[in-house]
Design a protein around this ligand. Sequence first.
Ligand code: IMP
Length: 176
Amino acid sequence: MTPPPEIEKILFTEEQIQARIKDVGAEISEAYAGRELKLISVLKGSVFFLTALARAITIPVKIDFLAISSFSSNRAAPGVVRISKDLDESLEGEDVLLVEDIVDTGLTVRYLLHTLAGRQPNSLAVCTFLDKTPRRLVQAPVRFRCFEIPDRFVVGFGLDYNQLYRNLPYVAVMKL
Ligand code: IMP
């Protein structure tokens, strides 16, 4: 697929992404061996990662979804987030893995961990597709990650710019 003109460069190809997800899926299967895992996907960005990751995990998994909305649309001034679509099922006694597309400032993950921890899961951890560590403002414990990336705005494999580019099969840096 020829990249659109708004793309500066491809960071991770489809092949690199699939190979890395396979490894992370194996890592997760080993870490939770003998147990059942509930994957929680944050709409909409992490859905692409979730479906690939779930297929790479060999232990039994359940999935559930939540959506969040940010009060601030300004990336330079990250705002408070709130849950706009809640989970369908309880987390009580479950081993829960929060599946994120990207951890940037860490504010979203911190808020979600705080909220979900109050629902009495047996365990709660984070798996992110991309980890933009240079932009971290608050501590956000990430247990599993596919790729660390520099402080650049990226799109593809679920990540959007104004809701576009989610369907690109690779991860690319945007010309902004
Ligand atoms: P946070 O700053 O860690 O709370 O991340 C907030 C959200 O910002 C992420 O879940 C993404 O939706 C979005 N985001 C952060 N960096 C990028 C990027 O490089 N591309 C697309 N979305 C991003």
